[in-house]
Write a protein that binds this ligand. Sequence first.
Ligand SMILES: Cc1ncc(COP(=O)(O)O)c(C=O)c1O
Length: 405
Amino acid sequence: MNAPAKPNSFRSGPDERGRFGIYGGRFVAETLMPLILDLEKAYADAKADPAYAAEMAGYLTHYVGRPSPLYFAERLTEHLGGAKIYLKREELNHTGSHKVNNVLGQILLARRMGKKRIIAETGAGQHGVATATLCARFGLECIVYMGAVDVARQASNVFRMKMLGATVVPVQSGAKTLKDAMNEALRDWVTNVGSTFYCIGTVAGPHPYPGMVRDFQSIIGRETREQMQEAEGRLPDSLIACVGGGSNAIGLFHPFLDDPSVEIYGVEAAGHGLTHLHAASIAGGRAGVLHGNRTYLLMDDDGQIQEGHSISAGLDYPGIGPEHSWLSDVGRVTYLSATDDEALEAFQLLSKVEGIIPALECAHALAKVKDLAPTKPKDHIMVMNLSGRGDKDVPQVAEILGTKL
Ligand SMILES: Cc1ncc(COP(=O)(O)O)c(C=O)c1O
């Protein structure tokens, strides 16, 4: 196959058909098409309206708590003995992860569109908690679809969503994880077309979601640029983030894509290993169509979607956002993967060395910081996105480590 042509800018997608190269697009049922077109128009209008930007900025500051700090991890840097490591502290946002940046944008859009019923899918529960939180804040009905397996392994987040007034619907189909929750949410959306806004939690789904969610998450990278100028007076040399669907990663990466001096790494979940059970769609998948877009997916020889596996409920999606598929093909971003064991080790390292308990999701990125940082010179500046805090994972990790709580 010929390598795809390099564009003049890596930041100009998606095109008018919602494509990033051959990925993305809009593969949906006829009944959904009018809704998707409504959403596309509402988002284009909102983007051009300074009142929407001002409303977002107000809530981001006073409700979410932005800007999140860019923290020099001095002890981790000493411990690894190479690159100077900074952590972008998205775990300090209200609700404990980056997910709230996107949910705020979508909920303010739903309000502009007059929608009163919000549905969402969730894996680890962080997107569900963020959606339930903002629905509570704005008095909207909230229904969260969650695989029954995830309901069990993220029990504290299920309780949080219920406290916030949301209805959590355990999904019993398939592997009972994130993919199945998204199927169910799409089914609900087709059925309740008039009243309902579907708040997607990552840069996946039909156009305009991948580009729109990326825009909301790009605040991570924009702040990082400014904060790095202030701290070091220059751009970082490398960026690294974990990839489930890819929203925290693209949020950090996007503002830097046209800076050729910045190396960029995404980290997928290698689960038990790339030849066993994993969720690394780029490393171990191929192009196909799922959830309304074309992208790299885990598929068997007959083209059936395979179940993803990861220790982390937020990373076991068998696909990846279409922009990442394109960025991988054109060679702008390097995608690595970390196993469950590597993530577990990194989870414990950050806790002990920096006093920060990370989410298991971003512990995957940290595992690759552990590999990469020692290979870099001391004047190399590396930024890792700390996408969430590990409170939700403490019971699961305790069980794995054989501690009864
Ligand atoms: C803390 C955290 N990081 C990362 C992810 C993965 O999602 P994404 O790849 O869209 O950032 C999740 C998903 O639940 C999460 O909770």
